[in-house]
Design a protein around this ligand. Structure first.
Ligand code: ADP
Ligand code: MG
Length: 340
C-alpha cells in the first residue's frame, strides 16, 4: 500500500488510549417472545476483553449470539443487562462517543445500487457528521482496492467488491474499532483470501478488528485472539496459539482381532481407552504423539489390528470438549479409573 494511504485507520498508540478497545462485562440479552413462543436467551453473562490493536475473532456456530453481541456494541440492539465499553466509552452513558469509536460491517450486504462508491462514502460521512475537509473517501477506496471503481455504479460491482465497499463505508469516520460480522460467509476462497489481506492491512495500520465467523480456519488464519461462543456463552477465550494447542487432538480407533478387558499397560501413556472388547481408541495430540509411535507401541504389545480409522477434531468436537470441562476435556475420560 502506498505511503499516502497509510493515514487510513492509523491509530498509533498514545497514552490516552484504553488498554481494551472493547470491554464487555456480564452482558445479557433476552429476546422476549411475542405471542406463544419462548424467550430466547441470546447472551448469558458474557465477559470479553478485546485488547487494543488486536485482530480478534468471535467464533461460534449459527445462532450462538455473535450478531447479537455485535449489534449491541453498535447500538442497534438493546442489551438486557451488563455493561459494554468501546474505546473506554460506555455504550449507554456515553453512546455518542462509543458509536463514533466503532464501525460495523453488517452480515447482510445492503448497498444502494444507483450510487457510486464515492457517493456512498460521502453520504455515509455526512451521516456521521464528518466535515467535508476531513473526508477521505478516495483514500479509503484506495486502501480497499476500489480506487478505479470510485465512479462506477455500485450495481456494476462484483460481490467481493460490494463487500469491500461495505468495509469502506464502515471506515469513513475513521473508527479505531472495526467490526465485521461474518465477512466471508458464502463467498469463494479467492475473495476470502483477498478480504483477509485487506483486514490484516487495516489491523497493521492500527485498527482494532473484531470479526465474527463460524469458520474455524478463518479465525485460525486471521486472528491473534479467539473467543468461542456457544448458546450465548463464552466457552473459551485465548490467544489463537494456546487455543490451538488445546485443540490439538485427534482420535485413532483400532479394531482388534481379539478381545481385551483392559488397556495393555504399555499403551497407557498414549491415553488409550477401550470402548468395546475389540475397539481401542487413542485420544492423542498429533504434535506430541505421532501416529507411527502409537502403531509401533501397539505392534510391540502384540495386538492384532484388523482395521483402523482416525478422526479429526472439528469445531463441533471442540465445543463438546470445551463444554465438558476445562481440565480434562477428552471425551470418555471421566469413565477412566486413573490418569496417566
Ligand atoms: P449468530 O449471529 O451467532 O448466528 P444471533 O445473534 O443472530 O446468532 O442469534 C442468537 C439467537 O438469538 C438465535 O437463537 C436467534 O434465533 C435469536 N435472535 C436473534 N435475533 C433475534 C430477534 N430479533 N428476535 C428474536 N430472536 C432473535
Ligand atoms: Mg450472525
Amino acid at each position: 500500500m502506498p505511503d499516502d494511504q497509510t493515514s487510513v485507520a492509523a491509530h498509533s498508540a498514545n497514552a490516552d488510549m484504553p488498554v481494551f478497545a472493547v470491554e464487555v462485562r456480564g452482558l445479557d440479552k433476552l429476546y422476549r417472545a411475542k405471542g406463544r413462543g419462548e424467550d430466547i436467551h441470546a447472551l448469558a453473562d458474557v465477559d470479553l476483553e478485546i485488547p487494543r490493536g488486536s485482530l480478534f475473532g468471535l467464533l461460534g456456530p449459527n445462532g450462538a449470539g455473535k450478531s447479537t453481541l455485535i449489534n449491541i456494541l453498535a447500538g442497534l440492539v438493546n442489551k438486557s443487562g451488563g455493561t459494554a465499553k468501546i474505546w473506554g466509552y460506555d455504550i449507554e452513558a456515553q453512546s455518542r462517543q462509543s458509536r463514533s469509536a466503532i464501525g460495523v460491517v453488517p452480515q447482510e450486504l445492503n448497498i444502494d445500487p444507483f450510487f457510486t462508491p464515492r457517493e456512498l462514502l460521502e453520504l455515509q460521512a455526512g451521516l456521521y457528521g464528518v466535515p467535508p475537509r476531513e473526508r477521505r473517501s478516495d483514500e479509503i477506496l484506495g486502501a480497499l482496492g476500489l480506487a478505479d471503481k470510485a465512479k462506477s455504479y455500485a450495481r456494476t460491482l462484483s460481490g467481493g467488491m460490494r463487500r469491500r465497499l461495505m468495509v469502506a463505508k464502515a471506515m469513513v469516520h475513521n473508527p479505531p474499532v472495526l467490526v465485521l460480522d461474518e465477512p466471508t460467509a458464502g463467498v469463494d476462497i479467492a475473495f476470502r483470501q483477498q478480504l483477509w489481506g485487506h483486514v490484516r492491512e487495516l489491523n497493521r495500520l492500527g485498527t482494532t478488528i473484531l470479526l465474527t465467523t463460524h469458520y474455524l480456519e478463518e479465525a485460525e488464519a486471521l486472528c491473534d485472539r479467539i473467543a468461542i461462543i456457544d448458546h450465548g456463552r463464552v466457552i473459551a477465550c485465548d490467544t489463537t496459539q494456546s487455543l490451538l494447542k488445546r485443540l490439538d487432538s485427534k482420535d485413532l480407533t483400532l479394531v482388534l482381532g481379539n478381545d481385551l478387558d483392559t488397556v495393555p499397560t504399555a499403551l497407557a501413556e498414549f491415553n488409550a481407552e477401550l470402548t468395546g472388547p475389540r475397539r481401542l481408541v487413542f485420544h492423542y495430540r498429533p504434535s506430541q504423539s505421532p501416529v507411527p509411535d502409537i502403531l509401533r507401541a501397539v505392534a510391540a504389545s502384540g495386538l492384532q489390528v484388523m482395521d483402523l480409522s482416525t478422526e479429526e477434531t472439528d469445531l463441533e468436537d471442540i465445543f463438546l470438549q470445551l463444554t465438558r470441562g476445562a481440565h480434562d476435556p477428552r471425551p470418555g475420560n471421566g469413565k477412566r479409573e486413573s490418569g496417566r
